[in-house]
Structure formats: C-alpha cells, structure tokens
Write a protein that binds this ligand. Structure first.
Ligand code: OGA
Ligand code: MN
Length: 199
C-alpha cells in the first residue's frame, strides 16, 4: 500500500488509494472524531496563519481538532505509525526531506464545503505533502463531498475527483495542487495532515 502511494506520487505528484486504512481502524478513528465533536472539542477551522489567520464561513465550514492537543488513542497511534511509514518511504524514494507531521480530525456537516485553495501558507513554505484519510463508511457518489484536485493551473476542467470513502488515502504535493471540497449531503469525517520540511 505504502509503495503504491509513493509510486503514484512519483509519477504524478498526487495519489488516491482505496483501502489504505482497514475498515476496523476507520471505525475506531470515526468514533474518536464523533466523540470529539460530541464533547465540544472540535473548533471552527480557520484559514491563513499569523496576521492572515481568520475564520470565514462560506470559504471553509468544517470544524477541526488537532491530534497534538489531546492524548492519542490506540487508533490514533496506529494511524500515526502508518503516517510515519509513509513519511520514511516518501523520503527514501522521492527525497522529499519530510521532517514532521501536523494533523487534525475534520468534520464537515452536511452542506459544508472548502473552496479552492492551496495548503501552503504565504509566509511559511514548510508544508510539503498533504495527506488525507477518510473515515466515512459506505460513501456513495451521490453523497457528493468529493475532494477535487486541480491538475492544470491553466485549465480548470482538468481535475481529479476523489470520493471520501472510509479508508481511502488522498495525498498530493502541497505547493503544486489547488483543490477544493465539494459540498456533501451527509456528515463528512477525515484525518487531514501535512508533512513538513524543516524551516
Ligand atoms: C484541507 C483540505 C480536503 C479534504 O483541510 O486543507 O483541503 O478532502 N481537505 O478534506
Ligand atoms: Mn487543503
């Protein structure tokens, strides 16, 4: 699985892989996300950094909880060890120099979206590889909520749509691919992270 992800990254700079996390792990991580939501530990997500940081409804309507801010459950430790294996393989095969991972749960209520954006901050180029694992069992095409990755800056019709089905991994080079989250008709849960280089 990890090899397949790294190979796709080498070929095209992004990857989509179904079944990257087992159904059982997805279920435990989804329970963590729901518990964080139910106990008020998810906060409206902001955009930007430093003086540019703001919470703007309509641009991005999800709520997030950083993994770094609460003790990791066994399921989260398992996810983090998969991410560590991905980091090492990407460094070995692609010389990306990935140093650490920042990661959060995200919950999009039905109807929420995240408009087209890049994941790198204006003043901080450390984010190098964006990684998203979806936690939604039984997702259908008709549920919407696709991650749309724009493959060609000059031609918006060239894009890839990834369904946020439980266990699917999406990753892409953060500085290269603008992307958006299309609105879904049901709650949409994920773990989103960024591997960073050193400053
Ligand atoms: C993000 C993002 C994509 C997704 O959080 O920056 O683009 O599919 N998420 O959840
Ligand atoms: Mn993004």
């Amino acid at each position: 699985m990890i090899d397949a992800a790294v190979q796709q990254l080498a070929e095209k700079g992004w990857c989509a892989l179904r079944g990257f996390l087992s159904g059982e792990l997805v279920q435990r991580l989804a329970e963590d996300a729901r518990r964080l939501h139910a106990t008020g530990q998810m906060r409206p997500a902001a955009t930007g950094q430093g003086a540019q940081r703001e919470v703007r409804a309509g641009l991005r309507d999800d709520a997030i909880a950083w993994l770094e801010e609460s003790p990791a459950s066994p399921a989260q430790l398992e996810y983090l060890s998969r991410m560590e294996a991905l980091r090492l393989a990407a460094n070995r095969e692609l010389q990306l120099g990935l140093f650490d991972l920042e990661t959060h749960f995200a919950r999009y209520p039905a109807g929420a979206r995240y408009q087209k954006h890049l994941d790198t901050f204006q003043q901080d180029g450390r984010r190098t590889l964006s990684v998203i694992c979806y936690l939604n069992a039984g997702w259908q095409e008709s549920d919407g909520g696709q991650l749309r990755i724009y493959l060609d800056e000059d031609n918006a019709s060239r894009h890839a749509d990834i369904l946020p089905e439980g266990g699917t991994l999406a990753c892409f080079l953060s500085h290269r691919f603008p992307h958006e989250v299309l609105p879904a008709s049901r709650e949409r849960l994920s773990l989103t992270g960024w591997f960073r280089r050193r400053a």
